[in-house]
Design a protein around this ligand. Structure first.
Ligand code: GLS
Length: 834
């Protein structure tokens, strides 16, 4: 139950927020929107009826917000992202509206269960992982901080695939998230725009003798916007997430239709619709895929045309574009917008190149989210020019000016020019999207202190030398509304009962919890809550997998995308080591531990899929072996999603953040776990470093090589096989896998994985193995002292203030966007007349 105090009823609400109001509207929606009466209504009808009831209350705020932004011509941040991993909307909107309790009571009085209705929602999985979820957290914070903003992205018909596990392997199923309708969006066909693709470019002189450029495309795709309201927490601000769907400009090709070519007539429509059909399921990029580049230009062009429309509606001259809008590029996926804005300004609005370029640079800002080389986007010139012939010309022109600048600053340095050029000419020619983003933006940032440092010293060091003033760090954050208040109402209530509820908007206030760290009664309540959450998850696990796990055991959880650099297989080596110790000495005294994994592997990433198979194979053996006597359990939780994550974070004791130092740009799961009272076992990587600084080294289980040590070892020649030969427990663990012990006697199955480890071990598992085993041991000993563990857990939560996405957004506003909040009052009500 949420407390009345935490979610107090808002005032001046047009639709009313009392239990009676909600019941009345709920029944109304069931009848007049769903067209059902109770005997026929399904759970989904009830979910829809409640969602529409809630949406009315959002719309009121949305309309008022739009009216105030339009009147005031407010400066606006456009957050361009190929992914928005929003998670389920209903619960979050109830929290942000402050009517969670009333809604719960209303549906209860109607004989329904709110939790069941919340579970009914199909979440829009329009993102892969951290990058897409970060965009969603930032939308929440921008609305909460009353910052005028628009999120622009793609309304993929199929989001991230659903993951099934068969015989231990990942199997993918299409995510048909729209099949039962989506009550949270409103289509705006009147604001549709067209996007050109392919064809060729004409340079000509018009009748007045002016030089002009005309792009004659091979095809045109129509983009239709679907708007989703994004409500702030207990504010009247409701911003917009505008997602584009691709359609054919005309449903039928009538020429083809009339000539009897029916199939040809619908073919064009199908081709167009393909553009927004499916999210690419890779956490890093899909270089070289024509459809992926098409998706990028599609949503970018739609969005920029939309901003120009807004300028026109508000009667603002395009010369002031950069004063009205700042555009944040969420990684390089939308970086083509730098060339697209130039094209719109120069070709379509006849602005002079230099003025257009000054506006463009002042408009864009670029966030880099990864330094993994395979994720740095580049497009083969041939592909790029055939799809975007005019953009290719514009990029050459930008490059021309840029290289002159570099030459001026660094004369006689052709190597530098080759390294920095927007075109990679070292072999086959490519367009380098990160370079375009750096040149065309006024600000460049990384997402955690170490990551920004590595960008400056390594990946983007040439750009740092040229434009030091453009660089800054903006450490990621997560929204405490979704990841504590909504996910963990029991902890929320306990915290609020001690320190009030100001922390929900000002997360630094969690510091006040430190006063209770020695309070035995408080510790007891803290423990009870964690225990109950673990028991709930344990019940779910029995139900879904038939595996009994003991809620008293240490819940050790690694939930994130499956990737070699995240090292789920290092976690597995530890589990096998414990297993080996038990087999060697069945009476060994070990802390009972439950190892939970969750996460999807990119469908084409063989090694990641093999890691999933390994986890499940080890689980099969360990969970069944009578010698283990239930002291260790291993479960792979399938189909990890935002909805599921909300159940998982609160139930964790130990959060696994064990990537090779220097590889994880930031991580955000690390923050979500810690906010829910998990302790972290982790390397000095990404935001782990800052989490450890905040919570105190004594409240963090640190192990492993530093980034510098990794670099050095790499340079000196790392020999993983030496570790294998000198570390007996490591050898035994590896040999168990190699012998076929976990694969029904088949020694071949895991060979590719083992071969990579023996051969190169690019992520230094062998080098970090012993430190990890020791650190795990240390954690398991501390867990036996429940009072000590609880103190550490309380201190972790108390010191998480920095990791609110509100803090991140404030920093973006102050340092990069220069945007101030705009207060929204609920003045506009339903008109009596038009
Ligand atoms: C990512 C990084 O891998 C994460 O470390 C980071 O937390 C996230 C958000 O900044 O971005 N980059 C990426 O391509 N996918 C991610 O999750």
């Amino acid at each position: 139950m949420q407390t009345q105090d935490t979610h107090k009823q808002p005032e001046n609400d047009l639709n009313g927020s009392s239990v009676a109001d909600l019941k009345r509207d709920f029944l109304n929606k069931l009848f007049y929107v769903q067209g059902k009466f109770p005997a026929l209504a399904s759970l989904n009808d009830y979910y829809m009826a409640l969602s529409y009831t809630v949406r009315d209350r959002l719309l009121e705020r949305w309309i008022n917000t739009a009216a105030i932004y339009t009147d005031s011509g407010a400066r606006t941040i456009c957050y361009l992202s190929a992914e928005f991993l929003m998670g389920p909307q209903l619960g979050n909107n109830l929290i942000n509206l402050g009517i969670y309790d009333q809604a719960q009571q209303a549906v209860e009085e109607l004989g329904l269960d709110l939790d069941a209705l919340l579970e009914q929602e199909e979440e829009p999985g329009l993102g892969n992982g951290g990058l897409g979820r970060l965009a969603a957290c930032y939308l929440d914070s921008m609305a909460t901080l009353e910052i005028p903003s628009i999120g622009y992205g793609i309304r993929y018909e199929f989001g991230i695939f659903e993951q099934d596990i068969r015989d231990g392997w990942q199997v993918e199923r299409t995510d048909k998230w729209l099949r039962f309708g989506n009550p949270w969006e409103i289509s705006r066909p009147e604001w549709a725009v067209e996007v050109k693709l392919g064809g060729h470019v004409d340079h000509y002189t018009d009748e007045q003798g002016r030089y002009r450029v005309r792009w004659i495309p091979y095809e045109v795709v129509k983009g239709v916007p679907y708007d989703n309201p994004i409500l702030g927490y207990k504010t009247n601000t409701a911003n917009t997430l505008r997602l584009w769907t691709a359609e054919a400009p005309e449903s039928f090709d009538f020429a083809a239709f009339n000539s009897g070519n029916y199939a040809g007539a619908v073919h064009k429509k199908m081709v167009s619709e393909n553009v927004s059909k499916v999210l690419y399921p890779n956490d890093d990029s899909d270089r070289g895929k024509r459809l992926r580049l098409t998706q990028q230009i599609f949503f970018v062009s739609c969005s920029l045309q939309d901003t120009i429309r807004i300028m026109q509606v508000q009667d603002l001259p395009l010369a002031k574009f950069h004063e009205k809008f700042v555009i944040q590029l969420n990684d390089t996926h939308p970086a083509i917008s730098i060339a697209e804005l130039m094209r719109l300004l120069v070709d379509e609005h006849y602005m002079k190149w230099d003025q257009a370029w000054a506006i463009t640079q002042r408009t864009f800002a670029y966030t880099n989210h990864t330094i993994l080389p395979e994720a740095l986007e580049r497009w083969p010139i041939a592909l790029f020019s055939s799809l975007l012939p005019r953009h290719m010309e514009i990029i050459y022109e930008i490059n021309h000016h840029f290289i002159d600048d570099v030459r001026m600053k660094f004369p006689d340095d052709p190597d530098r020019i080759a390294r920095m050029s927007l075109i990679d000419e070292s072999g086959e020619k490519y367009v380098r999207m990160a370079h375009l983003a750096c040149v065309g933006s006024h600000a460049i940032n990384g997402v955690a202190a170490l990551h920004t440092e590595l960008l400056q010293q390594d990946v983007l060091s040439d750009f740092y030398a040229l434009y030091p003033h453009k660089f800054s760090n903006k450490t990621n954050g997560v929204t405490p509304r979704r990841f504590v208040v909504l996910s963990n109402p029991r902890l929320t209530d306990l915290i609020s009962s001690k320190i009030g509820n100001g922390w929900i908007k000002h997360l630094d206030e969690l510091k006040k919890l430190e006063a209770y760290v020695d309070d035995i009664e408080f510790q007891q309540e803290w423990q009870d809550i964690k225990y109950n959450l673990k028991r709930d998850l344990a019940n779910q696990i029995v139900k879904d997998y038939g595996i009994n796990v003991d809620p008293h055991s240490l819940f050790d959880i690694q939930a994130k995308r499956i990737h070699e650099y995240k090292r789920q297989h290092l976690n597995v080596l530890h589990i096998i080591t414990l297993y080996n110790r038990i087999k060697a000495n069945p009476d060994i005294d070990i802390t009972p531990q439950t190892f939970l994994f969750g996460g999807k592997a990119a469908p084409g990433y063989f090694m990641a899929k093999l890691i999933i198979k390994l986890i499940n194979s080890v689980a099969d053996v360990v969970n069944r072996d009578p010698d283990v006597r239930d002291r260790i359990k291993v479960v792979f939780l399938k189909d990890y999603s935002v909805k599921f994550a909300q159940h998982v974070y609160p139930a964790a004791d130990l959060s696994e953040q064990i990537s090779t130092a220097g590889k994880e740009a930031s991580g955000t799961g690390n923050m979500k776990f810690a906010m829910n009272g998990a302790l972290t076992i982790g390397t000095l990587d990404g935001a782990n470093i800052e989490i450890r600084e905040e919570v105190g080294a004594e409240n963090f289980f640190l192990f492993g090589l530093t980034e510098q040590e990794v670099q050095k070892m790499s340079a000196d020649g790392y020999s993983p096989i030496d570790y294998y030969h000198t570390n007996l427990e490591l050898k035994l663990a590896i040999d168990r896998i190699a012998s076929g012990f976990f694969s029904h006697g088949d020694p071949e199955l895991f060979k590719p994985l083992l071969h990579t480890l023996f051969d190169r071990d690019p992520y230094f598992l062998f080098a970090d193995y012993q430190a990890y085993i020791d650190c795990q041991h240390q954690a398991s000993l501390v867990y036996r002292d429940l009072e000590r563990w609880t103190r550490m857990s309380i201190l972790n939560v108390a010191r998480m203030g920095k990791f609110s996405s509100d803090r991140s957004i404030r920093e973006y506003c102050e340092d990069i966007w220069h945007i101030k909040p705009v207060k929204v009052e609920l003045n506009t009500s339903m008109p009596d007349n038009l």
